[in-house]
Design a protein around this ligand. Structure first.
Ligand code: PAF
Length: 285
């Protein structure tokens, strides 16, 4: 595998290897099994794979979160060297490479960005769209792999690709979970021991809440989730919404749900000062 730092090096790599339009896995590093599952999907289906590692400053609405975001480049490269092939590459650009000038573009995703993460992290999805479009312009991927844990991000990136990168196929990959159900995330390594011990409760709460859909109304399910998360010492729910898959429209009553559509229960919370998100399909029985 090659480690490339600039768009120029990427172009040169395409010229020399006579391959281009790789399968692409964009990441912010601090890699874990979840990322490796995306990389495995890419290497399994594409002749060339590119992985980017770039902690994108424009998608952090909280400067403290950006500061504390785990950075483990040496370990990440070590991990990738075990799974990437000779022509595959890791793109590790500097902030100046991605943003030679401040990026003033404003993306409008309408209602898709007005709920959940969009409502709680102002500007977050604009930053995600800025970096993904910059990365897509440099890498020119035939397909790009994104984890379903970032459920709303996936929907927004699909919309970005539909509008601006119709030749890039967006491939959603399932959430990878720890043995107690906690969704794998780079942020998990920042959890304090006693918070980590209770964090499997997030998954169990989603499972229980999805089973409630058969007999309970949405406000009752929301109250159950709120109480169960807030009961854990130092855990604080930010939101829980049941949303329709493609529109991300929150469901307010079961009567509004259609058996033809898919719904997801999406949760965000703080465990101490670490922000976690997760989601699960909520089916009508
Ligand atoms: O999901 C992430 O890790 C990031 O939001 C992404 C897509 C790499 C953009 O910085």
């Amino acid at each position: 595998m090659k480690v490339l730092k600039t768009a120029k090096e990427v172009r040169e790599h395409y010229r020399v290897s006579v391959l281009r339009n790789p399968g692409f896995v964009p990441t912010m590093g601090a890699l874990h099994e979840g990322h490796l599952s995306l990389v495995g999907r890419a290497t399994g289906s594409c002749r060339m794979t590119a992985v980017s590692i770039f902690v994108n400053p424009t998608q952090f609405n909280d400067p403290d979160d950006l500061l504390k975001y785990p950075r483990t480049l040496d370990a990440d490269l070590q991990m990738l060297s075990g799974v990437l092939r000779e022509n595959d590459f890791v793109f590790v650009p500097s902030v100046e490479e991605i943003y030679p000038e401040p990026d003033t573009r404003r993306f409008d995703f309408g209602d898709l960005e007005r709920v959940m993460e969009g409502a709680h992290r102002p500007g977050h999805f604009n930053g995600v769209a800025q970096v993904v479009s910059r990365l897509f312009d440099i890498i020119r991927p035939s397909c790009a792999f994104f984890g379903q844990k970032d459920f709303q991000q996936l929907t927004i990136i699909r919309e970005l690709a539909r509008r601006e990168y119709p030749k890039t196929e967006i491939i959603a990959c399932p959430i990878v979970r720890e043995s107690d159900g906690l969704a794998m995330s780079s942020r998990n390594r920042r959890l304090l021991g006693h918070h980590r011990e209770r964090a499997g409760e997030i998954y169990r709460t989603l499972v229980a809440a999805s089973a409630m859909l058969a007999d309970f109304e949405i406000p009752e399910i929301r109250e159950f989730v709120t109480d169960r998360i807030n009961m854990i010492p130092d855990f604080r729910l930010e939101y829980f919404e049941i949303v329709e898959q493609d529109t991300l429209k929150p469901v307010r009553a079961r009567i509004g749900m259609s058996p033809e559509k898919k719904y997801y229960g999406c949760i965000a919370l703080r465990a101490g000062d670490v922000r976690l998100i997760d989601n699960m399909e909520f089916g009508l029985q």
